[in-house]
Design a protein around this ligand. Structure first.
Ligand SMILES: [Cu+2]
Length: 360
C-alpha cells in the first residue's frame, strides 16, 4: 500500500501536477511531503507516556553494544558512547566554525534514526524550547526530576565554584553533585572530562578516549538561562541579517568582549559540568534536545527567505583561524561509525536529501 502510494506520487510528480514545494524527491529516492514529514515537538508538548518512551530509548542505547573498537576507544562502553566519542573526535572542526550547524544537524538525525532503528522508538527527537523555562529550570517538565523528565538537578555541592571567562562571571548553579532522581538517576558517564581551555586546534587533548567512569553531574543555573537563552535573544537570533550575524548571536552574544556564551553556550552552561564539556557534552541526555532547539531555529531562519537557505560562513576549524579551509556546499563531513560521510550541501534542508522532518 505504501509502495503504491509512493509510486502514485512519483507519477504525479512527473506530470508536474504536484506543487514542488509540497513534495521533494530526495537523493535516497524517498519522497518527502506533508503526508510523511516527521514532526519534532517541544518536550512539554509530548504526552507523559511519549516522554517516557524517549528516555526509555536513550537508556536502551546505553545497553546496546558499541560499534567503535574497544582498543582504540577504551572509554566507549555502549552505543550511546559511540555518539559521545564521535562528537569528541570531530569537536575541533565542528564548533565555532562553518560546520557547526550542518554537522550537528546530521548528528541529531543519526541519533534519532538510531533510537528508532535500534531501540524501537516510534517518536521523533524532542526539543528544549529555552525561553519557556529559562526563569525556573527546576519547574520545567524537562528538569523537574519526575519520571517523565530528563532527570533534574544534581545533589547540592557547596564547593561548586563560579566560572570566570573574559569579563564574565557565572555564579554557581543550585546542584553540582550527582543526579539521584528521574530516569537518569545514578547514571554513569565514561568519557572526559576535558579542560575548558583549548590548548591546540590540531589534536584531541587528554583524556582523549580514556575510560573514566563517574557520576552524571548537573547544576541547574537560572542565572545563565535567563541571561543567555531568553525570548529576546531567540527573537534577535531569528532576526539575524545574514548567516554571520546568526552565528554571532548563537555563539558570541552579547556581541561585546564579555559576550562569550551566545544562545548555544548558554544552554550548555545552564545545566552544569557534564553539559559544559565542549568535547564530551553529549553525555548529558539534554544535549540532543538543546541542539534540536538550535537546529529548529536555524531551520526557521533558513526558511525565511531564499538567500538564507544555502548560506554558509566560516572554516572547518574551531574558531575559524585565518589559515582554515572555507566551508562550501561541497565540503564533506565525517561521522565515523555513525554513518556515511555527508556533504554540507546535503544538510541544508530538513525536507530534502533523505531528511524529512520539521519542528512545531
Ligand atoms: Cu557539539
Amino acid at each position: 500500500m505504501v509502495a503504491f502510494y509512493q509510486s502514485w506520487l512519483v507519477v504525479l510528480g512527473l506530470l508536474a501536477v504536484v506543487d514542488s514545494s509540497l513534495i521533494d524527491i530526495s537523493l535516497d529516492g524517498q519522497l518527502c511531503g506533508d503526508y510523511n514529514t516527521a514532526i519534532r515537538k517541544e518536550w512539554g508538548e509530548l504526552k507523559r507516556a511519549e516522554r517516557i518512551d524517549y528516555t526509555d530509548a536513550v537508556l536502551c542505547m546505553q545497553r546496546q553494544p558499541q560499534h567503535l573498537p574497544r582498543e582504540e576507544y577504551p572509554g566507549v562502553r555502549n552505543r550511546f558512547d559511540d555518539f559521545v566519542a564521535t562528537h569528541i573526535n570531530y569537536t575541533l572542526s565542528v564548533h565555532y566554525s562553518g560546520l557547526f550547524l550542518p554537522w550537528h544537524r546530521h548528528f541529531l538525525w543519526l541519533w534519532e534514526t538510531a533510537l528508532r532503528d535500534e531501540c524501537g522508538y516510534s517518536g521523533y527527537l524532542p526539543y528544549w524550547d529555552w525561553p519557556l523555562w529559562s526563569e525556573n529550570l527546576k519547574a520545567s517538565p524537562l528538569f523537574d526530576c519526575s519520571d517523565s523528565s530528563l532527570s533534574g538537578d544534581g545533589e547540592p555541592n557547596p564547593g561548586e565554584q563560579s566560572i570566570h571567562g573574559g569579563t564574565v562571571t557565572l555564579p554557581p548553579g543550585t546542584g553540582g553533585g550527582c543526579v539521584r532522581c528521574g530516569p537518569f538517576k545514578d547514571m554513569e558517564i565514561h568519557l572526559g572530562p576535558f579542560d575548558r581551555n583549548i590548548v591546540s586546534f590540531n589534536e584531541i587533548p587528554a583524556p582523549g578516549f580514556d575510560y573514566n567512569p563517574r557520576c552524571f553531574n548537573r547544576s541547574l543555573n537560572n542565572f545563565v538561562s535567563m541571561n543567555y537563552d531568553n525570548e529576546t535573544i531567540v527573537d534577535r537570533l531569528l532576526a539575524a541579517t545574514d548567516i554571520a550575524d546568526f552565528q554571532t548571536v548563537m555563539d558570541h552574544w552579547p556581541a561585546r568582549p564579555d559576550g562569550v556564551l551566545g544562545a548555544h553556550g548558554g544552554g550548555h552552561f545552564s545545566l552544569g559540568a557534564t553539559l559544559q564539556d565542549l568535547f564530551s557534552s553529549p553525555q548529558d541526555p539534554a544535549f540532543m534536545l538543546h541542539h534540536a532547539m538550535i537546529d529548529r531555529l536555524w531551520s526557521i531562519w533558513q526558511g525565511q527567505e531564499e538567500s538564507h537557505r544555502y548560506a554558509l560562513n566560516g572554516t572547518s576549524t574551531i574558531l575559524n583561524p585565518p589559515n582554515g579551509t572555507i566551508v562550501t556546499l561541497d565540503t564533506v563531513m565525517e561521522f565515523g561509525v555513525l554513518g556515511r560521510p555527508r556533504s554540507v550541501g546535503e544538510t541544508m534542508d530538513p525536507g530534502r536529501d533523505g531528511y524529512c522532518y520539521s519542528y512545531t
